[in-house]
Design a protein around this ligand. Sequence first.
Ligand code: CTP
Length: 452
Amino acid sequence: MKTVITYGTFDLFHTGHLNLLKRAKALGDRLIVGVTSDAYDLSRGKLNVLQSCAERIENVRLSGLADLILVEEAEGQKIQDIQKYNADIFAIGSDWIGKFDYLSNLCNVVYLERTKGVSSSNIRNEKFRIIRMGVIGHGRIVPRFLRESKYVSGIEITSVYGRSKTRAEAFAKQHEIAESYDSLDAFLNSVDAVYIAVPHHVHVEYARKALQKGKHVLCEKPMALTEAEVLELQLLARENACIIMEAVKTAYAPAFSQLIHIAKSGAIGTIIAVDASFTKLVTNSRLREYDPKQAGGALTELASYPFLVIAKLLGTNPSRVSFIASMDKHTGVDTFTRAQFIYRNATATATVAIGAKREGDLCISGTKGHIYVPAPWWKTESFEICLENPALNKKHFTRFADDGLRYELAVLVNLIQRGEYTCNYLTNQESAFMARLIEQFRNHLNVDLLSD
Ligand code: CTP
């Protein structure tokens, strides 16, 4: 009995996949097919897979060629599978020539001829017109966003808007963006979606205009400074069949979703406390972070991240929220703020600072153990489930690629292509909650100040 094993994503099952499975099957008596899990595809940078793992498994099953279907969860699993199932032959398409030679001390490695002219990527691109995205603003984050956008297929950054024509033009030229505009109307007419990367206090104004023109919006955090404005934008998005997504990158990162899932699964018992911190020392007081007119300060700048994890784990209805803050005496913006949350059965703190440092970690305490996420937890990559008996501790690792902005963009593309307008990674309620907290702080509600 000769066992053949092969692996793939098998998105939008096509003739290339079918031929490959036929050729692999013909090499032996039994065919095992490994289908990549969604988390594994995300972690290895394959961001635009359209079908879920369950759908892709079904594709393979319907071919009638697989005797056994496995889910491939991580790099390195192939070795275990080959050993476990006693595979005689590892088969894969010729696009991988040489890449799996390292398996040849375990079994026979065969590269099968790839079917020419067909691939899931081509089908995705043909099925969906490339989304034209424009960037509003050309500040510090935009070059990073442009770099990250190259990893996401199905979308192209085609234009940039800035109030100064010459600066927008220079930016477009420097970053090889086809068009630049200083007229917002003309800019919006040229795109399908926008990324809003201007100072916080003008997010709403631009998001409103874009949505009114039927353009999808990816808006830097915080989306707005009041809950009413967030709700207004969400309603506008619904009325215009558009997506509005808040760009809190952590929310879209593969390891963060796993972390939330594991924490809520009872792995550490009932969650009783969440403590998250994010500090970034900003020493140049001329920057936006210190400008009260541009809604500067630690809370508006950084608190979206801890608020996100608190909302995900404890919900959006705390019975009380209070703040302790230290304000900059020259500008009046907060340089250190700790928000304290009381829920019915749990508590949380969010500590943020632009004028002080603290370890940027996250700890989730439960009745049976805790989960520790080391700094920078907001670029979630590794975390440890720690139990009373340390021998039972478990570490998880899923890569967070570079700046991680590619994840939010990939989610946006996926939603647009699927024609879905609600996003589960960061829900409407969670965005509204984050704005409500910012609003409360800015209105000095339950805020205690540290004196000099
Ligand atoms: N394959 C093939 N011929 C094709 C396309 C894929 O033989 N025209 C093979 C691959 O070499 C691999 C298996 O099918 O062994 C699964 O590949 P997968 O990556 O899922 O398919 P692609 O169409 O290459 O996907 P993508 O475009 O997303 O990379």
